[in-house]
Design a protein around this ligand. Sequence first.
Ligand SMILES: O=C(O)c1ccccc1N[C@@H]1O[C@H](COP(=O)(O)O)[C@@H](O)[C@H]1O
Length: 234
Amino acid sequence: MFIKICANTNLADAQLAVELGADAVGFVFAPSKRQMTLEQAESIARLLPAGVEKVGVFATDDPYEVEHSMAASALTVAQLHNEFDQGMVQALSGEFGGKLKIIQAVSYEVNATERAAADARFEAALRAVLAEPAIWAVLLDAAKGGVSGGLGTTFDWAHAAPIVRRVYASAQDGKRELPKLILAGGLHAENVGTAIAEFAPWGVDVASGVEAAPGRKDPAKLKAFIAAARDAVR
Ligand SMILES: O=C(O)c1ccccc1N[C@@H]1O[C@H](COP(=O)(O)O)[C@@H](O)[C@H]1O
């Protein structure tokens, strides 16, 4: 199980996540209570071990912003938290010779007035992302009123998981490996086991659920989350 601990804002928290067994740590450049500058993230990322993925979380329509940030830093993965923009993803991937790891977020709207229409949009977005070979992983998150990222909100897993399974099954043509599935959105130590049982994801990602306050990790919650995610797949 790939475990990403997101929205780090200081070296001590990021190092603790790594010591406790996180595979990836994230830094949020998108507007957020945990927003970092590239320089701040870089000063932390360059002190972390080589084997740990250092993820920059962006919500921009400008591929050059992402390209510049990834080229000029120790970051190893670009997480795009905006709606999927195929042109941007392909431009970005092309700039790095297809070698850049790109995580694309796909959000499940929790406050939909028309559930069927929202489900259809979620399904179409997931289908489009899975069809794009430049995507390394898709990250499922919850959205409220079209806003996603760091909300600490779960979505209806029992309702969404069959949609996700169906889309993955129909996208599989045996010719290439599909993007990996990372689950996010309101995860914490007490619910991550259930989430893993529902989706059988390749990885999990958390921001709010391991914090003492926005941007500051709670060591006990962090430890419990990583242990619970590992236990769930033993
Ligand atoms: O963490 C944030 O503040 C954030 C802001 C804008 C875009 C993405 C952000 N974080 C990502 O959102 C998911 C879910 O967060 P949470 O666990 O529900 O708080 C998180 O895993 C990050 O990848």
